[in-house]
Ligand binder design. Structure first.
Ligand code: ADP
Length: 356
């Protein structure tokens, strides 16, 4: 094992304060060298909390001191401020993150505590609904969707997007269909190639997509986050000036508690929660016209209350929504007058109002 590997192995046991992930897999270690018994470590983090670098330094020092061949430590921590909410001039975005997506007016993340709640389905329909709302209010619209769900990039399929993104200069050009620009890991890797995605890949993807994709001018960019919490959010706060996050849940008790716990992560990285969207809220029985609450009810409201935000709307459990996803035409585009499409539209309208 080389000296660097030895140090990284030790550093991978140090957790980022307040998170369950370690500083190595978060990609926070810039360099780690060991010469004549002196371990030199450089870290780069993003935080406004002065406690974080202090705590981190102490933890790194004590781990390194456990290594026999280390007699001295020199730890440098470069601290930059998060850029997510632009809460004060002091927290302005670092030049790289801000300028590289400077043509993008608003960036909205879509998150869920766990997989399978319909986050990706929601994201594509939200993007299409933004397109309608903006065209209606300002006469034209430019919307993009960035699929950061590296564990199962389903956005290209749902948006009916095929083919590889082209490259212009040093930037990837998103693929456009249905009037929406799409970029996804799914467009860059062969779908038949099994890939073992690891945590650090999430960071890398988000960073690459934020810095190397030429989105052009966009009114709004929808960012579909990987399910779960932690690494992606921290990475986003470092790389993308998010305007806020929408949290998707189902009405079930189990989903609500995971959602609430997960969404608390946004507070840590200073990203405002725009609201909660409840998906699969009810099934509209075509025979009786009755709403049937198959997964229980009230979950979205509960999650919104717990997160001190509003319930933006309820989306029905509707076979047409699933079919739209499978066929690559979101229901908002294929049946804009349906009850389901109207639910997405109403949520998009609320978000546009809240952000403007
Ligand atoms: P996630 O991104 O949270 O993992 P998906 O968006 O992939 O979830 O949705 C999981 C499955 O549920 C997909 O087959 C999708 O078509 C279906 N689905 C999502 N929302 C609805 C809905 N409101 N009505 C019917 N099917 C839905």
């Amino acid at each position: 094992m080389s000296n660097e590997e030895l140090l990284l192995k030790a550093l991978s046991t140090v957790k980022y304060p307040g998170f369950s992930r370690d500083i190595v897999s978060f990609g926070l270690v810039r360099s780690a060298t060991l010469e004549s018994g002196t371990a030199k470590i450089q870290l780069a983090i993003t935080t406004t909390d002065p406690q974080v670098p202090t705590e981190l330094k102490g933890n790194v020092e004590s781990i390194l001191n456990e290594i026999d061949s280390v007699s001295n430590t020199e730890i440098e921590i470069a601290v930059s401020k998060p850029n997510s909410t632009k809460p004060s001039p002091a927290d302005a975005a670092p030049a790289t993150a801000q300028s590289l997506i400077s043509g993008v007016k608003k960036i909205v993340a879509v998150a869920s505590g766990k997989g399978g709640v319909g986050k990706s389905t929601f994201s594509v329909n939200l993007a299409c609904a933004f397109d309608y709302v903006l065209t209606e209010t300002q006469g034209s619209s430019a919307v993009g969707i960035m699929d950061c769900d590296v564990y199962g990039p389903s956005i290209p399929l749902m948006m009916g997007v095929r083919g590889r993104p082209t490259i212009e200069g040093e930037s990837l050009v998103p693929v456009e269909n249905l009037g929406i620009k799409t970029m996804s890991m799914g467009l860059l890797v062969d779908e038949n190639t099994p890939v073992v995605w690891r945590g650090p890949m999430v960071n890398k993807t988000i960073q690459q997509f934020a810095q190397n994709v030429n989105w052009g001018n966009l009114d709004v960019l929808v960012v579909d986050l990987p399910p779960g919490t932690g690494d992606a959010q921290l990475s986003l706060a470092q790389n993308i000036p998010l305007d806020g996050a929408v949290v998707v849940t189902t009405p079930q008790e189990a989903a609500v508690s995971v959602t609430t716990r997960g969404a608390k992560m946004f507070e840590k990285v200073n990203i405002p929660i725009i609201g909660v969207a409840e998906n699969m809220s009810y099934f509209l029985n075509p025979a009786t016209g009755d709403k049937e609450y198959l997964f229980g009810s009230g979950g979205g409201e509960k999650a919104a209350n717990a997160l001190d935000t509003e319930l933006l709307g309820n989306i029905p459990l509707d076979a047409s929504i699933r079919q739209g996803g499978d066929m690559g035409i979101p229901i908002v585009k294929s049946s804009p007058d349906s009850e389901s499409a109207r639910a997405f539209y109403s949520i998009a309208k609320k978000i546009v109002q809240k952000l403007s």
